[in-house]
Design a protein around this ligand. Sequence first.
Ligand code: SMG
Ligand code: MG
Length: 376
Amino acid sequence: MHVERIELRYIQLPLKHPFETSFGRSFRRDTIVVRVWADGVEGWGESPVEDGPWYSYETVETAWHVQREFLVPMLLGQEVETATQVFDRLAGVRGHNMAKTGLEEALWDVEARQKGVSVAQLLGGTRERVASGVSIGIQDTPEELLERIEGFVKQGYRRVKIKIKPGWDVEIVRAVRRAFPDLPLMVDANSAYRLSDAEHLAALDEFDLMMIEQPLAYDDIYEHSLLQRRLRTPLCLDESIHTPAQARAALELGSCRIINIKPGRVGGLMQARRIHDLCLERGVPVWCGGLLEVGIGRAHNVAIASLPGYTLPGDISASDRYFERDVVDPPFTLNHDGTITVPTGLGLGVEVDLEFLEHVTVRRETFTPAGAGLTG
Ligand code: SMG
Ligand code: MG
């Protein structure tokens, strides 16, 4: 693939409901959409950053800077044999996995279109539908949380994840369990606890949770291994895992029994597949996490979640759980059996709604080998 042209778009899409985690509340999705042209074929990807360094150190502005100054020049005018090589080609830039992801995903889309297959097929996906879960933020009152859960359960979501933090944890989970005794349920702390909270967290063991996600520091692997020994409930790591080597370390140390793989967090689909392969070999279940992606990143998430090791429902919900209107057509919808269908069309298998995308674009820049970016 000869990379001819790259376009970056900073887009802003209002969320239907504010999303609150232990680190704050967001009302709008600020993200970067990447479009790449190679051999006359275009492909799309998403760098699922945020407006601030809360979940990750990456933001819209850091990603834009790293893409514009370093990553785009490494690809533009260059020959890339297959999308599997893109991440390694960008390895000279340390970290900045979200910045890399949009570019890498776009080249998977190009390659799939060139080969006449879907991204899921190109990745080696084996599922026609992926099990869909929903992640529900911290609410103002427990009653509101129960109401939100009921609404999603009625829609058919296969499992519910609730966000916890000190002061919104054991009693909340108890109330949810009482109201929904058989619901596949898990919690995500986004690093809100310390190892000294181990006894408090052990109180969650009685609620038959599928897992506790990322209770300790965002950059910790070791202390999670100490915590896991004190809990019956499996731990799942999210923020701590950026590379296959970190995944291996976490599994060797017993820091978790499940891994949440987000393409955006690990630098794209190839790295996600490498972590998937490692876990599959060891019999460790994985699932696809979410970063409130718009339809483009969501399409890539659905594609990677069709690999055989993604055995648990992911944070891949329907477009209408997040947005009044998505940037792809058709939007992603929930089937009656709580799954999302893996598109079978070429590439992403959904069309980007250019008119609407234009409407939500707040900054655009196009790069060609000939020179300067054209800002729009
Ligand atoms: O995409 O449905 C989604 C959100 C899933 O809870 C979710 N993501 O820590 O797993 C996580 C959070 C991070 C999102 S903060 C922007
Ligand atoms: Mg998480």
